[in-house]
Design a binder for this molecule. Structure first.
Ligand code: DPP
Ligand code: ZN
Length: 873
C-alpha cells in the first residue's frame, strides 16, 4: 500500500452537481443505479480522463448521456473506474451489484441484525457506487430505496421524504431528496423493521422540526434520554453559536453493529446503539453522559462538518477538533463543568499522551497516511479540540464567536482547510496566529520545565519556562510552540491568589502568560509574600508541565488553589510522588511505607468536602495504572499495580470510618435520574464503597452485596458487581455474575458490560476466562461492541495483558489476525497496546515485538499493515 500526501492535493477535475441513486435491496445482490450530473472544471484540459473510485462492485452497465459505453471505452480496476474521453458536461449512468450480507467490514452498505445500513465516512461510499469519493465534491442527492414490504417496512435516506408507494412482488419504495449539497461521505440509507419515537423542536426562527429516533421495537423505551439530549443540543447550538437546523426532519437510527460511536450523515445520523440507547435499568451514569455527549456531537456536525466540510481528509480535525470542543462545552454546561474538565483531561493525559509518545504519533493535521480510518485518533479529535480551546482562550469568547460566525458564513456549502478556520479567528481578533499554527503540524507532547524563585529582598517572583518537544517518527527537529499558560501565584501566608504585576502592568489575580521561545523568564513584581505558583490552570495547553513541587506545596494547593482543576491536579501530583516511592520500594524489595501526607490530605478532603460531590469523588480517585505508567521511563507493570493497591488499601484502612460515613450519607432511594446532583452523589458513594471493599471490610462487602441485590439502577448494580468480581471473594462474585448474566442475556449492551467486568479483574485466571468467553455463544468477532467489550477490555487489563509468559500478547495477536480478514478497521485499532512495546522492559519488548512480527507475516489489510509497519519501524 502506498501513502497519500497532503502536498499532492489537487482540486477535482470533475464535479458532480447532482446525484440520483436507486437501491434495489437484496442481502446478497443489491443493485445500485446511479445517475450523476458531471461537469468538467473550467480550468481542466478536455483530454483529462474521468476517474471514479469504486471497490468490490460488479458493474452491469455504464452509459453516458443515455448511450451505453463499449468495453473499450473504460477500464475497471480494484480501485475504480476510468473513462478516457468524456464531454465537458454529461450524465453518467451506472448499474452495479454488491452484497450487503457479506460486508463484515461494516463500511459501505451492510446488514446489521437483518437491517440495512450504511457507513460512508471516510471512504465507504466507493463500496456503494462508482463516484469521486472525496469530500471536496459536493452534490445534491435524490435517493430511491426499494425493499421488501414485510422485512423492510421502513426505508430511510438523507433529507426530506418526497414520495413513496407500492411495487409488484411485495416490494415498496421511498424517495428522499436532500437539497443541501454534500460530500458522499455524508450519504446514508437505512432499511428495516424499525420503530420510531417522535418529538418536535421549534427553531429560533420559528420553524418546526420533526425529530425521530428509529430503533428495534424492544428498544423503544430506551430513547428518552437521547431525545432530550438532542433537543438540548439544538437549543444550545442556537444560543451559543447562532446555528439553526436546516431541514424539516432530523432522524437518528440505532444500529447494533457499528465501527464508530456514531455518524453525522445529513439529516439521518446513524448511531452505534451503545451511543444512543439508555435506560436507568440498563445504562450507567457514565453511559447516560456518553449518549448526551455523542448525540450533541453528531448534531453539532450539521454545521461544523456538513454545511462547512473538509477539503481533504488531512483536514479531518477541522471538523472533529472543533466539534469535540463544542460538545465538551455543551456537556460542561449541562453537567458539572469542573468534573467534565477533570475527566476529559485525565483521559487525554493518559491516552493521547501515550499516542503522541508512540510509533503512531502524528500531527493534528497529518501530512501523509496509508489508510485514513487509522487517523480517527485521539490526536485528531482530542488534541484538535485542545487546540481549538486554546484558540478560544487566546482570542476570547467574543472574538471566537465572531470568527466562528464568519467561518460558517464565508464557507457555507464549501469544503475548506484548517487555515480557513484559523484565518477567521485571526481576522476577528487581530492576533497573529502564525506561530500558533505549528500546533497543527508538529506531533508530540511539548514538555515544559519550570523554575520559580521568590526574591524576598525585591518582592519579586521569577518564573523561568523552558519548552521542548521530543522527536516523533518523521519529525526529529521541533520548533518552539506558542503555549498559553494560565496561572496564579498563591500566597503562602494569605492562602489567596496574589495580584499579578508583569512588566509594570497589573494583570489581576489570574493571568495567561505566553511562552513562545525555547526559554523565557517572567518577572512578577510587587509580590508581597512567598507564593506557590499554580500553573497551567484548567489545563490551558496540552503539555506536560514539570515543576519541582514539594509535598507541602501540593498539600497547600490542594486546599488553597482557587482553580478547581488545579486543586484536583495537586492531589494527583501528591499521590504520584507517594506512588513513585512505593514503586521504587517494590522494585527494591523494601518494605512499603505509606506517606502520611497523602492520608492527611484525603482525611481533610473528607472532613471539609467541597460543595460539588462529583469533584470530591474525582479528588478521592487515585491516578489510574495507565496514567502512572505514562509517568515512568520504563513501565514496571507489577510494581505499579502493587504500589497503587498498597496506597488504596492504606487509605481505606486509615480512613475506614470516614469512607463508611461518606457511603452512608450518600445513599439514596430516590427514583433514578441522570441529573448532575444524583450522579455526583452516586459517584461519591461508590468511590467510598470501592475503598471499603478493597480491604475486604466485612461490613463494606455486605453493603456491596446489598447494593447489587437491591437492583436500584444500573450504575449501582454494575459498580457493585465490578467490586465483587475484582475482589478475591469468588464466593460472592460467582453468584452475582451468574444472576446478572441470566437476567440480561437478551440485552446486548448490558451483556457487553458482563463481558468486560470479568476480564478487567487483576486475578491471574483472567486469560483463561477470556478464552472461555470467546467460545461463549454470545460472543462474536463480527460485532465491534462485543470485541471491544471482551478483547479491548482485556488489553486494558494491565497486569494480565502484560503477563510475563506472553500469553496476553499472543491472544491479542490471534484475534487481530482473524479480525484483519473480517473487519480491518477494528483490527487495526485493537493492535494499539502492542504498538507501545518500547515503553516496557526488555523481556516484554521481545514478546510484544514477536507478536507484531507474527501479524506482519500475514497477508494484511492496508489498515493493519500501516499500524504494524509503524510499530516495527
Ligand atoms: N462519526 C465520527 C464522528 O462523529 C466520524 N465523523 O466523530
Ligand atoms: Zn465527529
Amino acid at each position: 500500500p502506498q501513502p497519500v500526501y497532503l502536498s499532492d492535493y489537487q482540486p477535482p477535475a470533475y464535479r458532480v452537481t447532482h446525484t440520483e441513486l436507486t437501491f434495489d435491496l437484496d442481502p446478497a445482490a443489491t443493485r445500485v443505479k446511479a445517475r450523476l450530473q458531471i461537469e468538467r472544471q473550467a480550468s481542466v484540459d478536455a483530454t483529462t480522463p474521468l476517474q471514479l473510485d469504486g471497490e468490490q462492485l460488479t458493474l452491469h452497465a455504464l452509459l453516458i448521456d443515455g448511450a451505453p459505453l463499449a468495453n473499450s471505452d473504460y477500464q475497471v480496476t480494484e480501485q475504480g473506474l476510468r473513462i478516457d474521453q468524456v464531454p465537458a458536461s454529461f450524465t453518467l449512468e451506472s448499474d452495479v451489484e454488491l452484497s450487503p450480507q457479506d460486508n463484515t467490514a461494516l463500511e459501505g452498505l451492510y446488514q446489521s441484525n437483518g437491517m440495512y445500513c450504511t457507513q460512508c465516512e471516510a471512504e465507504g461510499f466507493r463500496r456503494i457506487t462508482f463516484y469521486p469519493d472525496r469530500p471536496d465534491v459536493m452534490s445534491t442527492f435524490k435517493v430511491t430505496v426499494i425493499g421488501d414490504r414485510q422485512r423492510e417496512p421502513i426505508l430511510l435516506a438523507n433529507g426530506n421524504p418526497v414520495e413513496q408507494g407500492e411495487l409488484p412482488n411485495g416490494r415498496h419504495f421511498a424517495t428522499w431528496e436532500d437539497p443541501h449539497p454534500k460530500p458522499c461521505y455524508l450519504f446514508a440509507l437505512v432499511a428495516g423493521d424499525l420503530h420510531k419515537v417522535e418529538d418536535h423542536f421549534t427553531t429560533q426562527s420559528g420553524r418546526k422540526v420533526t425529530l425521530q429516533i428509529w430503533v428495534e421495537e424492544e428498544n423503544l423505551q430506551k430513547t428518552d434520554h437521547a431525545m432530550g439530549s438532542l433537543k438540548r443540543a439544538m437549543a444550545w447550538d442556537e444560543q451559543a453559536y447562532g446555528r439553526e437546523y436546516d431541514l424539516d426532519l432530523f432522524m437518528i437510527v440505532a444500529v447494533n453493529d457499528f465501527n464508530m460511536g456514531a455518524m453525522e450523515n445529513k439529516g439521518l445520523n446513524i448511531f452505534n446503539s451503545a451511543a444512543v440507547l439508555a435506560h436507568p435499568d440498563t445504562a450507567t451514569d457514565n453511559a447516560f453522559q456518553t449518549v448526551e455527549g455523542i448525540v450533541a456531537h453528531e448534531y453539532f456536525h450539521n454545521w461544523s462538518g456538513n454545511r462547512v466540510t473538509c477539503r481533504d481528509w488531512f483536514q479531518l480535525s477541522l471538523k472533529e477538533g472543533f466539534t469535540v470542543f463544542r460538545d465538551q462545552c455543551f456537556s460542561a454546561e449541562t453537567n458539572s463543568a469542573p468534573v467534565k474538565r477533570i475527566q476529559d483531561v485525565s483521559f487525554f493525559r493518559t491516552a493521547q499522551f501515550a499516542e503522541d509518545a508512540g510509533p503512531t504519533a502524528h500531527p493534528v493535521r497529518p501530512d501523509h497516511y496509508i489508510e485514513i480510518t487509522n487517523f480517527y485518533t485521539l490526536t485528531i479529535y482530542e488534541k484538535g479540540a485542545e487546540i481549538v480551546r486554546m484558540l478560544c482562550n487566546l482570542v476570547g469568547w467574543e472574538a471566537f464567536r465572531q470568527g466562528s460566525d464568519q467561518y460558517f458564513q464565508r464557507f457555507d456549502g464549501q469544503a475548506v482547510t484548517i487555515e480557513d478556520f484559523v484565518d477567521c479567528m485571526a481576522e476577528a481578533s487581530g492576533l497573529d496566529l502564525s506561530q500558533f499554527m505549528r500546533w497543527y503540524s508538529q506531533a508530540g507532547t511539548p514538555e515544559i520545565d519550570v523554575h520559580g524563585e521568590y526574591d524576598y529582598a525585591h518582592g519579586e517572583y521569577h518564573l523561568t519556562l523552558r519548552q521542548r518537544t521530543p522527536a516523533t517518527p518523521d519529525q526529529v527537529d521541533k520548533e518552539p510552540l506558542h503555549i498559553p499558560i494560565a496561572m496564579g501565584l498563591v500566597g503562602t501566608k494569605s492562602g489567596q491568589d496574589l495580584t499579578l504585576t508583569l512588566d509594570g502592568e497589573k494583570l489581576g489575580r489570574q493571568a495567561v502568560i505566553h511562552l513562545r521561545d525555547d526559554e523565557q523568564t517572567f518577572v512578577f513584581t510587587d509580590v508581597a509574600e512567598a507564593p506557590v505558583p499554580s500553573l497551567l490552570r484548567n489545563f490551558s495547553a496540552p503539555v506536560k508541565l514539570h515543576f519541582p513541587y514539594s509535598r507541602e506545596d501540593l498539600a497547600f494547593l490542594l486546599t488553597h488553589d482557587s482553580d478547581g482543576f488545579n486543586r484536583w491536579d495537586a492531589g494527583q501530583r501528591l499521590a504520584m510522588l507517594a506512588l513513585d516511592d512505593l514503586i521504587a520500594a517494590h522494585r527494591n524489595g523494601v518494605e512499603k511505607v505509606m506517606d502520611s501526607r497523602v492520608v492527611e490530605a484525603f482525611r481533610s478532603l473528607l472532613a471539609n468536602a467541597p460543595a460539588d460531590k462529583a469533584v470530591l469523588a474525582e479528588m478521592l480517585t487515585l491516578p489510574s495504572e495507565a496514567y502512572i505508567a505514562e509517568q515512568q521511563p520504563i513501565v514496571d507493570v507489577d510494581a505499579i499495580h502493587a504500589a497503587r493497591e498498597f496506597i488504596r488499601q492504606s487509605l481505606a484502612m486509615a480512613l475506614r470510618d470516614e469512607f463508611m460515613a461518606t457511603f452512608e450519607a450518600n445513599r439514596s432511594d430516590d427514583a433514578y435520574a441522570p441529573i448532575p446532583e444524583q450522579i455526583a452523589q452516586r459517584s461519591l458513594k461508590n468511590v467510598a464503597l470501592a475503598y471499603l471493599v478493597s480491604i475486604e471490610d466485612e461490613q463494606g462487602l455486605a453493603l456491596c452485596e446489598a447494593q447489587f441485590a437491591a437492583d436500584h439502577n444500573m450504575t449501582d448494580v454494575r459498580h457493585a458487581l465490578t467490586l465483587l468480581v475484582h475482589s478475591d471473594r469468588d464466593d460472592l462474585a460467582s453468584p452475582a455474575l451468574k444472576s446478572f448474566g441470566e437476567k440480561w442475556a437478551h440485552d446486548p449492551l448490558v451483556m457487553d458490560q458482563w463481558f468486560s467486568v470479568q476480564v478487567s479483574r487483576p486475578q491471574a485466571d483472567v486469560i483463561d476466562r477470556v478464552k472461555y468467553l470467546m467460545a461463549h455463544p454470545a460472543f462474536s468477532l463480527k460485532n465491534p461492541n462485543r470485541v471491544r467489550a471482551l478483547i479491548g477490555a482485556f488489553a486494558q487489563n494491565r497486569v494480565n495483558f502484560h503477563r510475563l509468559d506472553g500469553q496476553g500478547y499472543a491472544l491479542l495477536a490471534d484475534v487481530v489476525i482473524e479480525l484483519n480478514r473480517l473487519n480491518p478497521e477494528i483490527a487495526a485499532r485493537l493492535i494499539t497496546p502492542l504498538t507501545r512495546w518500547q515503553r516496557f522492559d526488555e523481556t516484554r519488548q521481545e514478546l510484544m515485538r514477536s507478536q507484531l512480527e507474527r501479524i506482519q507475516r500475514e497477508p494484511l489489510s492496508s489498515n493493519v499493515y500501516e499500524v504494524v509497519e509503524k510499530a516495527l519501524a
